[in-house]
Ligand binder design. Sequence first.
Ligand SMILES: *Cc1c(COP(=O)(O)O)cnc(C)c1O
Length: 390
Amino acid sequence: MKPDTRGYFGEFGGRFVPEVLIAALEELDAAVNEAFADPGFWREYNVILRDYVGRPSPLYRCERFAADSAATLLMKREDTNHTGAHKINNAVGQALLARRMGKTRLIAETGAGQHGVAVATVGAKFGLPVDVYMGAVDVERQSLNVFVMQLLGAQVHPVSSGSQTLKDAVNEAFRVWCERVEDSFYVLGSVVGAHPYPYLVRELQKVIGIEARRQCMERFGRLPSDVVACVGGGSNAIGLFAGFIDDQRVQLWGVEAGGEGVATGHSAASLGAGSVGVLHGSRSYVLQDDEGQVREAHSISAGLDYPGVGPEHAFLKGSGRATYVDVTDAEALEAFNQFARSEGIIPALESAHAIAFARELATHRGPDDLILVSLSGRGEKDLAQVRCRG
Ligand SMILES: *Cc1c(COP(=O)(O)O)cnc(C)c1O
């Protein structure tokens, strides 16, 4: 489904930004509609996904993980992509758009650095200078990713306002974009932000669901009973869901980060523990206090550690088409270890949330059921942290 012309999915989405950005978003919206209607755009995007990213990504049938359940677990292997996660699909598409629009520089925010690395990568490939804004605390915590971005030729700017983390980096990147809208393209990393970003990013991640649906039909001759993905901003989930959204019998599950447990108040479960509000340009669910102050998110997994969520997920929650659950740090860590030992694949901690829930779901399904899981990224980036936790 397309959002309405004002960018709403039901009551969620929209454009809550300063006046200067409205014109920039309208220019982007026009460019998106023009590019998406041009087969030449998709041809070039698909060639890059094939030869540079390494698509189609495999569909892998688990052999030993959750083997005591009758249902079959299938992993959509976004971890095999160049740079190790699904984020590159989106970065490639937005870089192509930037070039089409005649923009000469890319701006991006990053939390843990994964999106920053994806943008720095496409910046190098397309010969576009990249400025990445990153909270000063995150610059400290994620020094390896900072080094990688610099190696790829990007400038990393530490942001020392507020809590010096992702939400402050987004605010700063927005501010810089306001100053230089003419020559700069803002590459947003998930299905969040003002219209048209949630729609744009979904269309660029939809390849995950389209491939997975085709692979399921070819290999098994049927659709999965359930589709499961972790939800930070929600881009890998919406990309996978998009392939199945019209198949009403396929149940869609989004897994948020429960952190120390949703009841403790230390989680990143915006849909599960938040309320309706505005964050970073759109209306959706937000972790906030009674005064509307944004609360800090908590998760072992940096990619899920965001106090908001994409507006289309808020809509799917309301309509009941998708169901949102949460998995705690401890449960994700246990699944991370178990999955590594039983399949020889180290998943990203984000993906381990989806894997933990899928294993639980499998105990409620029968031998004919296929459970499709988004293995959104590889876990090498998380090794130091997992090692610390023992
Ligand atoms: C960034 C990231 C996520 C979370 O982002 P979404 O937009 O919710 O997909 C999940 N998994 C991995 C591996 C990531 O790097």
